[in-house]
Design a protein around this ligand. Structure first.
Ligand SMILES: O=C(O)CCC(=O)C(=O)O
Length: 198
């Protein structure tokens, strides 16, 4: 049984942190299973390479747009399927897609954003995202959109951070670069994608 910490961020935003889920060997297996690839996105008329490698997996029909690009899911791999089960059992939530991000070294990062695409849940209070960390520990930061208030979480191997309620409405999050020597970190954000009428 993992330890769990709950944090009420106000305005209906809630974070839940389950420490040290048993995930031994999962990162090595995922590095062999996932088609992790470089991705580019458009920013102010420029094409920019994302500073990380990415793979998107899920049930059929969970394709959606993030970073300005439409993504179709690859099928679940055996290890992703096992981890989805574990995350669902731990949180009591259901997930039908997962975005994998590989941060190869400290200069790989994720900029400020919220997972607030309508496909994550049209009603903001119903959105939930569970982020499972594997490999090297990195700092994950939440910043309130209006007040700039911050929450910093050191996330290591097996830590599962769940953002619930209106967290994506009032807060943005990022995985900053670090100058410290760090090994690779693989993060899995499990999502519940809702089919929107076309
Ligand atoms: O790597 C992380 O912890 C952050 C991932 C993230 O923000 C995302 O997938 O939206």
């Amino acid at each position: 049984m993992s330890d769990v910490e709950h944090e009420d961020l106000g305005q209906g935003a809630r974070v839940e942190l389950h420490r040290e889920l048993p995930v031994a060997g999962a990162m090595d297996r995922l590095l062999a299973e996932l088609p992790l690839a470089e991705e580019s996105y458009r920013m102010g008329g420029w094409t920019v390479k994302a500073p990380r490698l990415v793979a998107f997996h899920g049930d059929p029909g969970t394709g959606y747009v993030y970073s300005g690009l439409h993504h179709e899911p690859s099928p679940w791999t055996p290890t992703l399927g096992e981890l989805r089960e574990r995350v669902q059992e731990t949180t009591g939530l259901t997930f039908n897609a997962v975005l994998a991000n590989l941060y190869r070294q400290g200069s790989d990062s994720m900029g400020w954003h919220a997972d607030a695409e309508p496909e994550i849940g049209p009603a903001p209070a119903d959105r939930w995202v569970a982020s499972l960390s594997l490999g090297a520990a990195r700092r994950f930061v939440l910043k309130h959109r209006k007040t700039g208030e911050r929450r910093v979480y050191e996330l290591g191997e097996g830590d599962l951070l769940v953002m619930r309620g209106t967290t994506q409405t009032h807060w943005r999050h990022a995985l900053p670069k670090t100058k410290k020597p760090v090994g690779p970190r693989l993060n899995l954000t499990f999502r519940h994608i809702v089919q929107l009428p076309r």
